[in-house]
Design a binder for this molecule. Sequence first.
Ligand code: G6P
Length: 615
Amino acid sequence: MCGIVGYVGDKNAFPVLIKGLYRLEYRGYDSAGVALLNEKGELNVYKKKGKVSELDAYCRDKDISGNIGIAHTRWATHGEPNDINAHPHLSQNKKLAIIHNGIIENYSSLKEGLKKRGHQFLSETDTEVLVHLIEDIQHHDKLSLENAVIAALNQVVGAYAIVIIDKENPDTLIVAKKSSPMVIGIGKNEYVIASDASPIIEYTRNVVYLDDETVAVIKKGEDIKIVNLKDRKEITPYIEELTLELEAIEKGGYEHFMLKEIFEQPKSVKDSMRGRINASEGKVFLGGIKDYEDTLAKAKRIIIVGCGTSYHAGLIGEYLLEDFTRIPVEVEYGSEFRYRNPIIYPDDVVIAISQSGETADTLAAIEIAKQKGATVLGICNVVGSSIARATHAGSYTHAGPEIGVASTKAFTAQVTVLTLMALHIAQLKKSLPVNRFRSLLYELEAIPQKIEQVLESDKYIQEIANIYKDAKNFLYLGRGFGYPIALEGALKLKEISYIHAEGYPAAEMKHGPIALIDENMPVVFLANKGPNYEKVLSNIQEVKARKGKIIAIVTAGDKHVKQFADHLIEIPETDEALSPLISVIPLQLLAYHIAVLRGCNVDQPRNLAKSVTVE
Ligand code: G6P
């Protein structure tokens, strides 16, 4: 949710900043801006509504010189996306420029106070208020910029990652963060600061992940100085080495990141399992949660929290955990959980699922669970992310960077880790018959190969997409493990193609959605083999009787669905509990091709952002 980049060093700042913005564009893409301090001491600010490419083009004939600068790509919270509301924002005296990711919740009361003291605001943003507040404190209390930033942030309620550039300190950036990510890359005589490591990796592998409620002074030629906001004590920076590879954040010949990520799934699922499963020895082991094995085995209840696609992975986790371990499981949206005074006991285990590890509602849910004494485990993709650090322990999904806004490989990696977790607990509790346990391990090891087989249907799925690309609505129906996949399939389609789509438990269709069915309604059924197969078959016939168009995901060799379906997409046979890992793949491809055929920007769908750091 908003991407920020800062640079100070020997290079021209603009190319580093703009390249960084392109890499961070998944975080927001409704407007972008840059502020550069040139050798003459002039602070040039350029802002443009729209994507980073529009800012890039706009800047081409401008003065973009300078070895220090800040840049921002926005996902609007306060104030519509336009040139004025785009960041950076300037102080009243035009000496300070700020970029911000997050929300200043008490901005309107701060703004009132500042207006009374003569401040005039150009934009509707909370961010502009913050930079005016810093300036106001700096001048009123005669403080250095660093101390004025600390004093201002101590008045602020909300979340922020900010970078400030100051006309009067031409080689210094001031950085601060609370509940929004911020990484500082330490290069040779240069610093690159960003919301994640992707803009940094070309310049250095040495990074500091800034802690919450700290302020860093980044001065060219000097070591980083980090100060705690509350007690103002200096903190020694902890320098870590990045393991991210440049190829992982590039498209590698694919037309879109989303397609690349869909096709990466045989590998990413394998990576999620690597070193954690050995079918021939009959073992599952998750190193990250080894200190909590006892807690897990004795847990009276497991609560899973997540948002969006991660919530859907959580629903599959519920079915897996209850089936394999017999521990009752509840699944909650982070946003609901945090505001309804949930009942949590100290012997509950809360599992937070998040690709980015930054989702504000999931993070808040974790804090509540911790306050109430529960053990909180994380399943995150981004190493070192806020959720990974806020949880007591956890297992990374190791899917590699996911850049397409619609989550694909992160989802299958989350489901893989949940499967491993459920099997691990089952192993500890001896809650699964040995034969089933063993066969699940073998089946799980075979999943990457089966995903590979499903991916071979890509061309065929594209043909189906071409038939239905102009549909106004879609229904996705499934039972058992097919139900969360129906939800996920519908979410994928609406996210990237803007076609209205609903996922429903197939049996619930009779209680409402059946009224929508006519010859114009495509209905996607999860009709692969499993205990609910016959029931799904009946639902398919009910749709057929009302002239709905049926696209069915079936197990290879299926003879029955064929009689009623308009299109069959075959997937290899597996244990029903593992079927989500392969049945979701054709739905990802279907959504992808429909969106491409409709001319949509699949990697950056309108209004969405990859990492939602606001509530
Ligand atoms: C956003 C993204 C979704 C994602 C959700 C939760 O809405 O666009 O793809 O599923 O946030 O994100 P998380 O990083 O917590 O998994």
